[in-house]
Design a protein. Structure first.
Ligand code: DX5
Length: 228
């Protein structure tokens, strides 16, 4: 398990001052942000284009583009060209996950695979050797500010066991409802990449919120490590 990273999601950012918010969390030690991309078809919302990945890259972050879109292989090149370091596609949007992940890697970026709450963990386990990140959605994708679905944590635990058993270099990410009261459970289950939108950019002081979440995640990581 890697040292947990708290990954602020731009979806919760204040578009009138997003650059300042990004600079604030960067100064607080944040190195990775997530761009939630929505096409209004795969999910009932429309969000960001590649320019938001370009903005985040210009601020010095590792950028992941989470493609909640029905045609991820059409969109992936746009975000790769805009500077995304990792592109995550949804299992539910592709016929052959391994082939799709290889196509994403072929763009020169890391590849992630995500499952919605209603999709079992099996396809992620089957594709683990082909991806750099496995994402367990802990909300129904489409909107920020939803409640964390703790019943998704067994999927995280199953992924953690598989990644550790196979010695894979694969992040295990959760996304949705991650905050002060839920991040320890997510990290304790084995997640080492924790996407947080509202809990960071929705807070009065996003830098302080980031630092507090990171401390909670790393304390849970240390407690878990001491048990093994
Ligand atoms: C859902 C989005 C959200 C977002 C995080 O499609 O992916 O999960 O990143 O939102 P919060 O942290 O506010 O739940």
């Amino acid at each position: 398990m890697k040292t947990p990273e708290v990954v602020p999601s731009l979806l919760a950012g204040d578009l009138a001052r997003l650059g300042a918010q990004l600079d604030a969390v960067r100064a607080a030690g944040c190195g990775w942000v997530s761009v939630d991309v929505m096409d209004g078809h795969f999910v009932p919302n429309l969000s960001f284009g590649p320019d938001f990945a370009r903005l985040a890259k210009s601020r010095g972050f590792f950028v992941d583009a989470h493609l909640m879109v029905s045609n991820p292989l059409a969109a992936a090149p746009w975000f790769a060209r805009a500077g995304a370091d990792l592109v995550t596609i949804h299992q539910e949007a592709v016929a052959d996950a391994a082939a799709a992940l290889a196509a994403v890697r072929g763009l020169g970026v890391r590849a992630g695979l995500a499952v919605k709450p209603g999709t079992p963990v099996a396809p992620l386990l089957a594709a683990l050797d082909s991806c750099d990140l496995a994402l367990v959605m802990t909300v129904e994708p489409g909107f920020g500010g939803q409640a964390f679905m703790a019943d998704m944590l067994p999927k995280v635990a199953a992924l953690r066991a598989a990644v550790d058993a196979r010695g894979l270099d694969c992040w295990i990410q959760v996304d949705g409802g991650v905050g002060a009261s839920t991040i320890a459970a997510a990290a304790g289950a084995g997640a080492d990449s924790l996407v947080a939108g509202s809990a960071v950019f929705g807070a009065p002081d996003c830098a302080a919120a980031f630092r507090a979440l990171e401390a909670r995640a790393r304390a849970a990581f240390a407690a878990k490590a001491s048990q093994t």
